[in-house]
Design a protein around this ligand. Sequence first.
Ligand SMILES: [Zn+2]
Length: 333
Amino acid sequence: MLKPDYDFIVQKIREATNLSEEEINNKIQEKLEALKGLVSKTGAAHIVANELNVKLFDFSGKLQVKNIVIGMQDVEIAGKVVRVFPVREYSTPNRSGRVGSFIIADETGTIRVVAWDDKTQYLEKLKEGDLVLIKSGYVRDNKGVKEVHLGQRASIVINPENVSISKDVGKPLQKKISELKPGDLNVELLATIIQVFEPRFFEVCSVCGKRLKLVDGNYVCEAHGVVEPSYSYVLNAFLDDGENTIRCVFWREAVQKLLGRNDSEIQGLRQDPQGFEALKQELLGTIVKVTGRVVQNKTFDRLEFIANDVIKNPEPPSIQESSTQASKTETDM
Ligand SMILES: [Zn+2]
């Protein structure tokens, strides 16, 4: 059953009536007082919505990303896959298994879908650009960001018939640094690299890719025990869009694209920090188009950009835009 929260109900009433937020809150407050302790605030909001004939969900229509609220059960939603993340093994004192995630988009937004245990099998078949119909998911809060989780009852239909989504869906949203919000999943920045830090290398499991812990001189994977370490890497840079700056984090594949070097060339830099200096000089002042997501760095109380993809020296967007506008004007005339 769908369980909308208070803000969602108020929003729905606003959309369906001419009432202001204050008027709606007053009506709900009156109802609460009239029913003295018999209903919760959300319950009172439900009753007011019913009395005003406001449908909270259009059950004939489809659920869209923008209408997803935390606590929903039995969620059925269709979307286009915009990114698939690798499946990882996890183990806690209570249980262990596999977890993986992917991001879907529809006309109204993007959301992460998290698959647990045997549901991770779906991820092996998913490709970016696939349409998916998710059934019986539930919505969870992950540090203030909504996620659809796939537990035991959930299923996915890949490229279902009768589901269509507009071509433009899933394209990253172009934003300025000042417009970024924590939880943004698929945004694009155009900015200049103004600072680059040396890549940091760290030990990962050669079997599952998870970070290793050093225990008594041995590198230990939570899932695979003592293993011979491989190395992965992360690189931080500062980007400037002319108005603001942001720290941008590049992981493995994104580092390769940024530096224009393959994995073994970058592994070589681990023993040769001097080799990086030339690459760094090349990058400073370079214009990049980065797509990725935005996270809140709690320690420093600032936003950071996690790059999934980077294009160096992209075509200037101003030229593309003005040519589109010119052709539009011609058509209009
Ligand atoms: Zn491992």
